[in-house]
Design a protein around this ligand. Structure first.
Ligand code: ACO
Length: 162
C-alpha cells in the first residue's frame, strides 16, 4: 500500500490520481453532486490523502485545512466498494492525522458524517460532542441534510503510521 497527499498542482500523475479518487467518491457518495465533488477536489484550498494498491487508487480523504484555526474539515472520505472493511479506511485516517498534524499544524478535525458512516468515524476517535469553541469553526464549515457533525482531536505526539 502506498499513501500520498496530492492537490491540484498540474502534475500529470497527481491529476490522474485526483480523477480516480473523484470516481470513487462519485460512486460511494451517491448523494453528493458529481460537479461538487470535482469542484472541491480541484480547489486549491483542498488536499486529498489517498491510498494506492499496486498503483491503483483505492480510496482517499479530501479535506480543507484551516491553518489559522488549526482545524481541518473532512469533505469526502471513501474506499472503493470491493476494498472496504479490509482496514484501509483506518490506515488512511491515520495517515491523514499524521500529515495534517506534521505538515499543516492542525490539532482537530471536524466532519459532517453521513448517518451510516458514524460507526466508522467513532472507531477513528471522532466524537459526537464538539469540544472546539464554536467561534473557531462556526460559519467556516457548511452542513448538509442527514449528517452529523463530529470532531476528532489529533494527538500531538502519537506516531500514527509505522
Ligand atoms: N459503520 C460502522 N462501522 C464501520 C463502517 C460503517 N459504515 N464502516 C467500517 N466500519 C468499521 C469496520 O467494521 C471496522 O471495525 P473494526 O476495527 O472493529 O474491525 C472499522 O470501522 C474500520 O474499518 P475499515 O476496514 O478500516 O474501513 P473501510 O476501509 O471499509 O473504510 C469507509 C470505511 C470509508 C466508511 C468505507 O466503508 C466507505 O467508503 N463507505 C462508503 C462511503 C462512506 O460512507 N463514506 C463516508 C461518508 S461521510 C464523509 O465522507 C464525510
Amino acid at each position: 500500500l502506498k499513501f500520498a497527499c496530492y492537490s491540484n498542482d498540474g502534475v500529470d500523475e497527481h491529476m490522474m490520481c485526483l480523477i480516480a479518487l473523484k470516481n470513487i467518491f462519485a460512486k460511494q457518495l451517491p448523494n453528493m453532486p458529481k460537479v461538487y465533488i470535482l469542484r472541491l477536489l480541484m480547489d486549491s484550498k483542498h488536499k486529498s490523502v489517498m491510498v494506492q494498491r499496486r498503483n491503483v487508487v483505492v480510496g482517499g480523504i479530501t479535506y480543507r485545512p484551516y491553518r489559522s484555526q488549526r482545524f481541518g474539515e473532512i469533505a469526502f472520505c471513501a474506499i472503493t466498494g470491493d476494498e472496504q472493511v479490509k482496514g484501509y479506511g483506518t490506515r488512511l485516517m491515520n495517515h491523514l492525522k499524521q500529515h495534517a498534524r506534521d505538515v499543516d499544524g492542525l490539532t482537530h478535525f471536524l466532519t459532517y458524517a453521513d448517518k451510516h458512516a458514524v460507526g466508522y468515524f467513532l472507531k477513528q476517535g471522532f466524537t459526537k460532542e464538539i469540544y472546539l469553541e464554536k467561534e473557531v469553526w462556526y460559519g467556516f464549515i457548511k452542513d448538509y441534510d442527514g449528517v452529523l457533525l463530529m470532531e476528532c482531536k489529533i494527538d500531538p505526539k502519537l506516531p500514527y503510521t509505522d
